[in-house]
Write a protein that binds this ligand. Structure first.
Ligand code: UD1
Ligand code: CA
Length: 477
């Protein structure tokens, strides 16, 4: 929808004191993206002629998000006069003087708001030819919100803030969502008249509503169908509630696209993740960042993937992985830790208690048990023995190792990087590989084993071991 008679004002200058946080409130993440970026994405979907975002508190950090997510938005700095009314006043001043369309004002802390709800609100405003139309919601607990005060005939009278409300007004459960459509001309007339004569000594945008009514203009409040759409985030209780709600929406969206999510209540999927049909997500799993999961893959239980790429039919169990690429039909876990720049090609395996980092493991190659693989390249069809360590760090620098295709390394090896093991080579159990191994060679460097007969009987007489050894000697005789 392209709407060239619409300006959107996003209010993002407030401090968010109720979060008690070093991080500005609007940068607290929900579904893997700052709260504010959800509002910016919704604004972008409306394709308005002008978007203005008002900033002040931590202005550089907020402005950076705005510039990244919605570069067409103008950024306006709010001055020292506090309040949402002042923020809108300065935003409207930044619009071209001849702009005569509608001004949609949205609080930056209403992250669940969707473009459909806003389009409907704008539609209602226009068809009624109102001066102002606001979004309201009926909440079980209206504490903290501005209340919608209606006349006996049900028409909108004004908004009263929680801190300015009488006991009777506080009992009203219809709240102001902080989302308004104003016709530009009457808004321009009223904004300069706002005062700070209230409990918070701020200019309230909500006072414009009552003022328009008093001057005989048409105003109305439209309740949302689903109250949670309008829920604002002021503290961390509301933050987790909004995050859980958005997560539930994201999960049901993927379920409808053909993804099996066995336990939505213990599954978290970020907004930027993408999942193909016939993916199965098992309980306790987090699909975070820009992770993509291809068709037929099984992820979980108890798995966290951050910015990973999971191939078709891959199986990833009880794994923690960041920036890893898992090929089709590959298998990972249980209990694997994949650090950034791990690439496992098709049908490969990173098994139980294996940590990998900055390593490329080729197709059908396996690191099945108890190993650390760092700064390594492993060819195709190789098998790395149980309990192998790629010693990539000499205490000062990191070095890399190259293992060829179809190599078989024994259990409990150490590969002291930099080393290269040629295609098809073998290493014996317990080998500490310090020199390159040519293709097709067997490398062994463990000391020959020496058995000292009778050592237990001499040195540990009368122990269970000595008795067992004696009994074994008897049966042999
Ligand atoms: C506001 C409304 C209240 C409504 C609620 C909905 C006012 C006076 N009250 O209250 O009626 O029920 O939202 O969630 O508007 N901001 C600025 N500049 C400022 C102050 C705030 O840009 O000087 C921004 C904030 O960053 C925030 C938004 O405006 O994104 C709302 O501010 P907040 O302080 O959270 O208002 P509420 O008390 O929630
Ligand atoms: Ca708020």
């Amino acid at each position: 929808m392209s709407d060239k008679k619409l300006a959107i004002v996003i209010l993002a200058a407030g401090q968010g004191t109720r979060m008690k946080s070093r991080l500005p409130k609007l940068l607290h993440p929900i579904a893997g993206a700052p709260m504010l970026s959800h509002v910016l994405a919704t604004a972008q979907a409306l394709d308005a002629e002008h978007v203005v975002t008002v900033v002040r508190h931590e202005r550089d950090r907020i402005a950076e998000v705005v510039q990244n997510e919605l570069p067409t938005s103008l950024i306006v700095d709010q001055d020292e006069i506090p309040g949402t009314g002042r923020a809108v006043e300065q935003a409207v001043d930044a619009l071209p003087g001849d702009f005569d369309g509608d001004v949609l004002v949205v609080n930056g802390d209403v992250p669940l708001l969707d473009a459909g709800t806003l389009s409907q609100l704008i539609g209602k405003h226009r068809s009624a030819q109102a001066a102002a139309t606001l979004l309201s919601a009926i909440l079980d607990d209206a504490t903290g919100y501005g209340r919608v005060i209606r006349e006996k005939d049900g028409s909108l009278d004004r908004i009263i803030e929680q801190k300015d409300a009488s006991a009777a007004e506080l009992s009203v459960t219809e709240i102001n969502a902080g989302v308004y459509v104003f016709t530009a001309a009457p808004l321009r007339r009223e904004l300069p008249k706002l005062t700070t004569d209230n409990a918070q000594a701020e200019k309230y945008i909500t006072d414009v509503i009552g003022a328009l009514k008093a001057s005989g203009q048409l105003i109305s409040a439209v309740p949302v169908a689903e109250p949670w759409v309008a829920e604002g985030v002021n503290d961390r209780v509301q933050l987790s509630a909004a995050a859980a709600r958005l997560n539930a929406l994201i999960i049901s969206g993927w379920q409808r696209e053909g993804v099996t999510v066995q336990d939505p209540s213990s599954t978290w999927i970020d907004i930027k993740a993408t999942l193909a049909p016939d993916v199965t997500i098992k309980p306790g799993t987090q699909i975070l960042g820009s992770t993509t999961v291809a068709s037929g893959a099984e992820v979980g239980p108890d798995t966290t993937l951050v910015d990973c790429e999971i191939g078709e039919d891959a199986v990833v169990k009880r794994t923690d992985a960041t920036l890893a690429v898992i090929g089709a039909g590959a298998s990972v876990g249980p209990f694997a830790y994949l650090r950034p720049n791990t690439v496992l090609d098709a049908r490969g395996k990173i098994g139980t208690f294996v940590e990998t980092k900055n390593s490329h493991i080729g197709a059908e190659s396996k690191v099945p048990h108890l190993s650390y693989v760092g700064d390594a390249t492993v060819g195709e069809g190789a098998n790395i023995g149980a309990g192998t360590i790629f010693a990539n760090y000499d205490g000062v620098n990191k070095h890399s190792s190259t293992i060829g295709s179809h190599v078989r390394t024994g259990s409990h090896n150490v590969f002291v990087a930099p080393i290269t093991i040629g295609d098809g080579a073998y290493t014996g159990a317990g080998t500490v590989v310090r020199k390159d191994v040519p293709a097709g060679a067997l490398a062994i460097n463990v000391a020959p084993q020496r058995n000292m007969d009778g050592w237990v009987e001499t040195n540990r007489p009368d122990t269970a071991a000595a008795h067992a050894a004696a009994a074994a000697a008897e049966t042999e005789e």
